[in-house]
Design a protein. Structure first.
Length: 195
């Protein structure tokens, strides 16, 4: 199936979930994440903040876990004019505000930009991924561009409520793939990973 059809299909699937189901599935994804021990020995993490109206995975569960471990966390600040992401430092004292798109971001006076090159693990938003690690997001390419600014060996983890599809048919050469896909029921190691 192509990206357009998959995007429409899985967006509707996700919108049909109740708030209770979103939290339950998000917590199950977190429990799967916890089992991958080599993830948590790193120092710098980038993680997306959920768009609640789109019923994205509740990443605040993972963020709280990282904060307790004393890790460095960065979050995206989106520039919709340039379709790009600024990598901003986050801790419990950073004040967040929803932007016009319903995305939590640091308020301007709390926006401390960090080099993407420091990131060792990046949690990437998506609707669905395939068994080769290619992903379907919202089609704007924010993360495809952002990942090019990171280290070549940055660990890319996708979080999805749904079992992956076999193949996304219209992949092009600039599409980046994830290394690990995590669903409520499974962990998919999609590439050989240097731990």
């Amino acid at each position: 199936m192509n990206k357009k059809k998959l995007r429409e299909k899985y967006f509707l699937y996700r919108q049909s979930l109740s708030k209770k189901e979103v939290f339950k599935k998000s917590f199950e994804i977190f429990l799967r994440c916890k089992k991958i021990l080599f993830i948590w020995v790193k120092k710098y993490y980038h993680i997306f903040l959920p768009i609640q109206k789109y019923k994205e995975v509740n990443t605040f569960i993972i963020i709280n876990f990282l904060l307790k471990k004393g890790k460095y966390i960065t979050i995206p600040y989106s520039n919709f004019h340039h379709l790009s992401i600024e990598n901003c430092f986050f801790n419990k004292n950073i004040l967040l505000k929803k932007n016009n798109y319903g995305i939590f971001e640091p308020i301007p006076s709390h926006k401390y930009i960090v080099s993407p090159y420091l990131i060792e693990v990046i949690f990437i938003p998506l609707l669905i991924f395939d068994l080769k690690g290619y992903r379907i997001g919202y089609g704007k390419g924010f993360y495809d561009r952002f990942i090019f600014l990171c280290k070549k060996n940055v660990l890319k983890i996708g979080l999805s409520f749904f079992y992956p599809v076999k193949k996304i048919t219209d992949i092009h050469k600039y599409d980046l793939s994830i290394d690990i896909g995590i669903t409520p029921d499974h962990i998919f190691f999609l590439k050989k990973i240097n731990k």
